[in-house]
Design a protein around this ligand. Sequence first.
Ligand code: PRP
Length: 207
Amino acid sequence: MINIALPKGRLGEKAYALLSAAGFGCATLPEDSRKLVFGAESGEVSYFWVKPADVTVYVERGAADAGVAGKDIIEENSPDVYELADLKIGRCRMCVAAKEGWFDDASRPLRVATKFVNVAKNYYAGLGRDIEVIKLNGSIELAPLLDLSDVIVDIVETGTTLKENGLKVFAEIFPVSARLIANKAAYNFKNSEMLALAGKLADEVRR
Ligand code: PRP
């Protein structure tokens, strides 16, 4: 039995649909009942829902054998886990965005608003640019509008949120999609089950 941490919300529902199509489904739609843990009929896997940013924590520490996490969360948390498959869902881009017409004043540190503090720090360290990170938990696009920051580092999917707020992408940091990740010890102890899970999912992704 492999227990899998799924991210609550749209991405988790898509991931579960993929798992279900790959033969790891349950009879009732799990997120409707507010049950946090549920098992597949086959008895091969069980699931639980967690906050998307927490999936890597559960998997790294072995509370979950495997999980589905966005590349954005993986880059931010840098968990010591195996990445087994690209599920090619939840695709978006990690970007730097700012108000149209913004230009960088290199004479002072750049104020960067973001949920992705480590991603922002690593990106700007690579560019040798001094920054001041302003950690926010949502509605990041507001920050440049209210002059709380010069730029934001955030995920962009359709670009609608940026457009509606007069912001535009100034740089793309990396592409994002959801990954199947595994706890390293669980991967070794439950190797054949893990390979079957990753293999069937990868087949379903290719379909
Ligand atoms: C994310 C992200 C952007 C938006 C991008 O926010 O932070 O705000 O989606 O999507 P778009 O390019 O399709 O407009 P989310 O919905 O996760 O909410 P948040 O404000 O809590 O971060």
